[in-house]
Design a protein around this ligand. Structure first.
Ligand code: NOJ
Ligand code: CA
Length: 714
């Protein structure tokens, strides 16, 4: 096997060992070459179908307080190659089985002079490359501080990129499409306001970064298994069109505290000449470890509604009283305070949502603003913001709990930490126990504002370890986690499937903060979703926010049909119907799709895809014959041509098509939709137009002959 995989051996070093060696992907389309440059610097390059996609790129780490970095003077001690092929079953996901098939090259390096050992492990899959640094247990390397990781990604041209500005604290930005050489002039204008943000360079961007070459090759750069390390950004040298890793520092400027034995996260490069393959790639999960615990039966995908959009839009408030400039937990007497008349999380209002959830078959109800402390919750560097356990006087937790139970609905807990991370860790055990005592199995957590301890960054090693601690601690209590503002996911959910979603990107909430670009949802699946599911919170039907929140003139840049499609195109085992019940009541025929759509899948077919422009996905519901299709469209009108050849031969189905009406438009006419039914089978075809910022959604249910009577065939 070893010799089969070593497809070439270009030259031999003075010590007689191989110093340039190639490995191919299992299907032979991708080739990675490792080499040692003359000064002993390790480097790699990558080609796809014979075309270079990553030019010679150097590898290494700059250490602090050390004149000998882990960058050069290496010799190759040994190179091992192997192959791996397994199929595993995710606890939830886009398909019931995932194949993990790669050829591996393990390069054992020894640094001359320091006698330190470092391994670079490459895994070449059919859809791309992953590699990481490993530091084995050894005599001459123990504790060390990484000042900067110096991993290069040399581009072969001035590609088109979909990027957000580099930032140590937020990913909540709209994407910019531009040439690599245009990033510098566009970066400042791409930085929009956020409650915590720290940019660092005029050409720094975030991963996952999606690119397209002029030859039609799609390239995606990201990372996998970000554990006990800081998050990686990419710094572009725009003269040489080369990216270099730029890690998130801590308050002192140090980037990572390492101990040998130890390892870096994987750096990933997805490549294909078909954009659909980028979406279908499971490299990010495959580079993470299998599930860390045995019993996963308590982890369940959920569809939910919540007392949320009314606060986000400004219709109601998280806080209970307007009487105080500041509050102190344990000292402020909330019972004696005059309540404002805007508090959203009242027992009565929550019961309304529980009724709505029960009536329409939703699994859960999220309630934000139920606990004391929201009066001065951000912007004050306040340490003890919340205790995660004490409700406001107008929220009767026991009554709500019992009412939800009687209706067969689960309550979803909310832990806004306000980024006071120490405070959250102090309360975590009690808070999770409190959840279990009251029947809550899932928590939405949040990290709004600047991190406490002061000066730390949302994506530094210390915080990465905190988010991981919360996930692992939650697993002990059998609690599912949906963390907002935490570091963007890197496939960790394979190992910790109780991490059922993250936000960590610009979610739907920004449509109520002034709006997002209409094509945003055609980019996110190629970027943010590469690392794991997003709690995007789809399902907004009223685009003119001022109709119910008069002081908010935001407009949701989307059509109703586009919102329906998001349940299919934005994969997540946790899906919200985010709008107000009263807005759904006006469009019950369209709401039916949200009620019907599945949230866990046996199979996924990517029918059409072009980042920034369009996306059409078909998915088969878990343990059922039902299929659901979603199409989201960018700024210009477009007609999708799709075949239903994914359906079982010999079976008949009824398709319900929810599409934009002819005159629909995200800005002028977003609520114009049409619903029609047709009989379909595996030979059916559909030509369907989507409006600017629009789309379509289709539910396809198996039917018997009698049910299809009178319906047209597609
Ligand atoms: C930001 C979150 O993304 C949002 O969903 C939440 O409502 C607020 N923080 C308050 O916690
Ligand atoms: Ca957010």
């Amino acid at each position: 096997m070893k010799n089969l995989l070593m497809t070439a051996c270009l030259w031999v070093s003075f010590s007689g060992l191989v110093v340039a060696q190639q490995v191919d992907s299992p299907n032979g389309e991708m080739r990675m070459q490792f080499e040692l440059l003359e000064d002993g610097t390790p480097a790699y390059s990558l080609s796809y179908k014979g075309q270079p996609v990553i030019g010679t790129s150097t590898l290494g780490l700059e250490l602090k307080d050390d004149d000998q970095n882990l960058m050069d003077n290496f010799v190759v001690e040994d190179i091992q190659t192997s192959t791996f092929d397994e199929t595993w079953e995710p606890v939830w996901g886009e398909e019931k089985e995932i194949r993990n098939h790669y050829n591996e090259m393990e390069v054992n390096l020894l640094q001359e002079g320091t006698e330190r050992e470092m391994i670079i492990r490459f895994r070449l899959f059919d859809s791309g490359l992953g590699f990481r640094y490993e530091f084995p247990q050894q005599k001459n390397l123990g504790h060390f501080i990484i000042q900067e990781e110096r991993t290069q990604f040399a581009m072969t041209g001035d590609h088109t990129a979909f990027w957000i500005p580099g930032d140590y604290d937020t990913q909540e930005y709209d994407y910019t499409e531009s040439r690599l050489t245009e990033i510098r002039e566009l970066l400042n204008s791409s930085i929009t306001e956020n409650l915590s943000q720290t940019s660092f360079s005029p050409t720094g961007v975030q991963t996952s970064l999606m690119m397209k070459t002029d030859d039609g090759i799609y390239i995606n750069l990201h990372e996998a298994a970000l554990i006990d390390y800081s998050a990686m950004h990419l710094e572009l040298d725009d003269e040489n069109l080369t990216f270099e890793s730029w890690l998130t520092p801590d308050v002192t400027g140090n980037k990572v505290y390492m101990i040998a034995p130890g390892k870096s996260p994987w750096r990933t490069i997805l490549v294909s000449d078909d954009a659909r393959d980028i979406l279908a790639s499971r490299i990010t999960y495959n580079l993470n470890d299998p599930v860390a615990f045995d019993d996963t039966s308590w982890i369940k995908p959920m569809k939910y509604v919540g007392v949320w959009w009314e606060m986000i839009t400004g219709k109601s408030s998280w806080h209970y009283t307007d009487e105080f400039a500041a509050v102190k937990l344990g000292e402020t007497d909330f019972e004696a305070a005059e309540p404002n008349d805007t508090h959203g999380a009242t027992t009565e209002n929550v019961k309304r949502y529980i009724d709505f959830a029960a009536e329409h078959g939703f699994d859960g109800v999220l309630v934000e603003g139920w606990n004391i402390g929201w009066e001065d919750w951000f912007g004050n560097s306040k340490d003890y913001v919340f205790d995660f356990m004490t409700p406001y006087p107008d929220f009767d937790l026991e009554e709500v709990r019992d009412y939800a139970k009687s209706k067969g609905v689960e309550m979803i807990m909310h832990h806004e930490t306000s980024s006071s991370v120490r405070n959250y860790e102090r309360h975590m055990d009690q808070a999770y126990q409190f959840m279990k005592d009251n029947g809550y199995n899932a928590v939405k957590s949040g990290y709004v504002g600047d991190i406490l301890p002061r000066g730390e960054n949302h994506y530094s090693q210390w915080l990465v370890n905190h988010y991981q601690y919360a996930i692992e601690k939650a697993a002990e209590y059998e609690v599912m986690v949906n963390a907002h503002e935490a570091v963007r996911p890197t496939g960790i959910a394979r190992t910790w499937p109780n991490l059922i979603a993250n936000e960590s990107a610009r979610g739907q909430e920004y449509q109520a903060f002034g709006g997002s670009k209409p094509n945003h949802v055609t980019v996110i699946p190629f970027t943010r979703l590469i690392g794991g599911p997003m709690d995007y919170t789809p399902g907004i039907f009223e685009m003119d926010i001022s109709t119910f929140s008069p002081d908010n003139d935001s407009w949701v840049n989307s059509t109703i049909a586009n919102q329906l499609a998001l349940y299919v195109t934005m994969y997540s085992p946790l899906q919200m119907a985010a709008d107000l019940p009263e807005n759904y009541e006006r469009f019950m025929d369209a709401f039916q799709f949200i009620k019907d759509v599945a949230i866990d899948w046996d199979e996924t077919k990517y029918l059409e895809a072009e980042p920034g422009y369009y996306l059409t996905i078909a998915r088969k519901e878990k343990d059922s014959n039902n299929w659901f299709v979603g199409n989201v469209n960018g700024d210009d009108p477009r007609t999708a041509n799709i075949k239903f050849d994914f359906l079982d031969k010999g079976k008949t189905y009824i398709a319900t098509i929810y599409s934009d009406a002819k005159d629909a438009h995200y800005r002028d006419n977003p609520q114009a939709y049409e619903i029609r039914k047709a009989v379909v089978n595996h030979r059916s075809k559909l030509s369907q137009r989507s409006a600017p910022g629009g789309g379509f959604a289709i539910s396809i249910m198996e039917a018997d002959k009698a049910e299809t009577k009178g319906l047209k065939k597609l």
